[in-house]
Design a protein around this ligand. Structure first.
Ligand SMILES: Nc1ncnc2c1ncn2[C@@H]1O[C@H](COP(=O)(O)OP(=O)(O)O)[C@@H](O)[C@H]1O
Ligand SMILES: [Mg+2]
Length: 439
């Protein structure tokens, strides 16, 4: 504008051309330098904005102060904005890493699926459950889980209704898995495209314990019901048909006494077992001298052995064998149960031996009850310590057995951090070796 005014004045002859052109030149120079200042400032702003957009943060080395103070202020504002953007980006990365770590460490299996149900992610518990190592999620049991009708239906419903769907299913396999859990729809989808999340709990172990408890109660009542029914039957007979038959009465009373004795034994063993189980998690704090303890138990059994014509041979060392920490009463019961079994199965002889023994690096003492009976077939050996497990049900019951003796032995040895080793083969007799810590 001033240039136009000056030009006009010169053209109209109102201004001397010399002074007029000088003023014109000065005006132009001032305008250009002002424009240059601004342009430089705007270019700096432009560069700063670009860095902010690329999340590079403000310039590391401070620039020389801009020539225009207004530009300086805008630059500073931009730098602050860039820094806060950068912090926020770092926070997002950190939060995501924390989320991943938490999901990975969850004790329960968690699986993330895309909208097309392709598995995207499985946490550690899920990989362990489905035996997945490394990549390749769409394999084996996981694929079977996703195909399972219950799971497929839950995924359908979840996608259609967008509400969490409970699932409860038994996944067949080498071992059947009882799984329960939930299917969730992610709205909006996860960063990796995850649309569906399956959260599971493996209830197999809990179910097995539940089943065992139910089995136990069923077994215990069944075992008690049989002798009880027989006693009740004989009472009926004694009241009715055998009322005037002293010989039959004598015989029936004998059987009734036997059956009552069996019930007493069973109740004793059940109570013994539950006592042992209760103390199982509390280690013993006393000690027991094994040779004296075994001699005493053998002496107490001697009459029973004599009655059946079985020899009980003791081969115990002179030096004392101390079990420690130990519960002498419980170790006595272990010896009693083993000597009782041996007596029941032996043909002519039972040997009782004891010696100091190591188990790995642990010092301890051991004793063995060995009989010359029929022996035990290999497939039964691992199961002998189960409650109510008897190799020959019919014969065992006839002999008044409860099938609880070895279960009690096992629990006592667990409490002692000890070990029971059964060595037997059909036709070769049986050896039951007990090891407990000591010196
Ligand atoms: N010395 C042995 N020889 C052969 N079989 C044995 C011997 N000891 C135990 N068994 C088998 O193990 C089973 C379980 O023993 P146990 O738990 O003591 O119960 P129980 O003696 O009441 O039957 C017995 O029924 C028997 O079949
Ligand atoms: Mg027994």
């Amino acid at each position: 504008m001033p240039v136009l005014v000056l030009g006009g004045l010169i053209a109209l002859g109102e201004l001397a051309p010399g002074a007029g052109f000088l003023a014109l030149g000065l005006c132009l120079a001032a305008g250009l330098s002002l424009a240059w200042y601004w342009l430089a400032g705007v270019m700096r702003l432009n560069a700063a904005l670009r860095r902010a957009a690329e999340e590079q943060g403000p310039f590391s080395a401070p620039l020389p102060a801009p020539r225009l103070p207004a530009i300086g202020e805008i630059e500073e504002g931009l730098a602050r904005l860039t820094r806060s953007l950068q912090n926020r980006a770092a926070l997002v990365v950190q939060l995501r890493a924390a989320d991943e770590a938490i999901v990975e460490a969850l004790p329960d299996p968690l699986i993330v699926l895309a909208a097309d149900r392709a598995p995207l992610r499985a946490n550690r518990a899920a990989r362990r459950l489905f035996g997945l190592v490394g990549e390749g999620l769409a394999r084996g049991d996981l694929a079977a889980l996703l195909r399972h009708p219950v799971m497929a239906a839950a995924l359908d419903r979840c996608l259609a209704e967008n509400t969490p769907q409970p699932v409860e299913l038994a996944l067949p396999g080498a071992v059947t898995r009882d799984l329960s859990g939930q299917v969730l729809l992610m709205q909006p989808p996860l960063a990796d495209g995850g649309r569906l999340v399956i959260m599971l709990t493996d209830r197999s172990a809990a179910r097995a314990v539940e089943r065992m408890r139910v089995d136990f109660v069923t077994n215990a009542s069944h075992e008690l019901r049989t002798p009880l029914a027989s006693v009740m039957g004989f009472i009926e007979t004694l009241r009715g048909p055998a009322r005037d038959d002293p010989a039959a009465q004598e015989r029936f009373l004998g059987i009734m006494a036997e059956q009552s004795e069996r019930m007493r034994r069973l109740i004793d063993d059940l109570l013994g077992l539950s006592r042992v189980e209760m103390s199982e998690h509390q280690p013993p704090d006393g000690e027991a001298e094994l040779t004296a303890l075994l001699r005493a138990e053998a002496a107490a059994m001697e009459p029973l052995y004599a009655a059946r014509g079985i020899r009980l041979v003791l081969a115990l060392p002179e030096a004392p064998l101390t079990a420690r920490p130990a519960d002498a009463d419980q170790l006595g019961q272990v010896a009693r149960n083993l000597l009782d079994n041996a007596l029941r199965h032996a043909q002519a002889e039972v040997r009782l031996t004891a010696e100091p023994a190591r188990l790995g690096a642990r010092e301890g003492v051991a004793f063995t009850v060995r009989d010359d009976g029929p022996g035990i077939a290999q497939e039964h050996i691992p199961r002998l310590t189960e409650r109510f497990y008897r190799v020959d049900k019919g014969r065992g019951r006839g002999a008044g057995n409860t099938g609880l003796g070895l279960a009690i032995v096992k629990h006592i040895l667990t409490r002692h951090r000890g070990q029971l080793v059964i060595e037997s083969a059909l036709g070769a007799g049986s050896g039951f070796r007990v090891w407990v810590p000591g010196a």
